[in-house]
Every structure is written in structure tokens, then in C-alpha cells.
Design a protein around this ligand. Sequence first.
Ligand SMILES: [Mg+2]
Length: 209
Amino acid sequence: MECILFDLDNTLYSAGLEVFRLIDRRINGYMIEVVGIPQDEVDDLRRSYWKSYGVTMQGLMRHHGVDPEDYLSYVHDVNLEGLLRPDPELLQSLQSLPLRKAVFTNSSLDHSERVLAALGLSGAFEEIFDIRVAGYLPKPYPEPYHVVLDRMGVSACRCIMVDDAQENLRTAKDLGMGTILVGEKAPEPWIDVAVPEAVGVPRVLGYWA
Ligand SMILES: [Mg+2]
């Protein structure tokens, strides 16, 4: 293996930390206040867009003419102070990986940089690939994976994807990548190994030795 790609939200910090829930609330707020969708339709719409397009934003772009840049800056406008703090143990763990490291996220570059700074991980990754890399098509669509691999100059079989979303790992495996789930071990055949937290990644690299 040559390269390892990390998802950001709920992967580099714990899902229990409420950060993603704040973003989630901003998404609802955007749909109601900016797009003008009645509050009682929001949950159903989000579910259907998730199912059809992987992220809410794609449905809002396709069916409501939403400007993706406006959406991205609105929903990621959350105060991370007090929620995330430096994680020196994770930094050390990342630095111990004998692989090239990049972030591959469905969020925005701004948000990623803020999260990495709050975690004390700025500079730990050679590149951040955000939702913009393939015209706002998110994981688990294969398009952004292809762009990321191409820009890293690495073939899929030399690359590992780390993510808390099983579906995102499914595409990675379809393309020939190694897969690490952050979360409870799942029986899905496209998940090679699982770790409870990203800090445990070095301990499972032996799988590819
Ligand atoms: Mg995630």
C-alpha cells in the first residue's frame, strides 16, 4: 500500500461529539429558511435525496436550483469551539503511518481546514479533497474516487479508504481499494477491517502486509 485516504466528519473525530448534528440542523434550517420548504416536508425530502443522491445537497441542486457554494457555506457555519480540541494521540498515530495521507470528504475545504486546525492536525495530510472535486458529486458515487486517485497519482489497489460510512467503503472496494471502517465491525464483505476510532488505524495495517 502506498496511500491512505481519510474521511473527515465522524471519522477523524468521534460521532458522539455533536459536530455533525450541528451541521445537520443547519441543513434543515437552510431548507426551511432559504429554500422555503415547509418544515413538515423536510425530513421526508432529506431521506429521499439521501437515498437517490447520497447527500441532501444534490437533491436541492437538482430540484430546487440551489447554489452549491451558498449551501456549503451556510451549512458548515457552525461554531466548533468547545466541541473539538487538539488530539495529539491521533496526530502521532497518523504520523506513524508509513503511507501518503489525504482527506477525502463530502464536506467543504473550509470546514475541513477548520476541523483539522481544531484537532491540531493541520499539516498532517498532503491534500484535502472536498465535495467540489467531481462537480459536487459526493461519495459514494465513483466519480470523486476516480478524481482523487488520479490527482494522487496512485492506483486503487495501492490505496486504503478509511470512513465511518459503510456505503462509502463499498465504492472504494468496488474500485479495488482496501477498506477500514471506523465503527463497529460490520459483516459486509466490502469492509476489510474495522477500528473503533481512527487512532487505531496503525494497528490494523498488518492486514495488507
Ligand atoms: Mg463521515
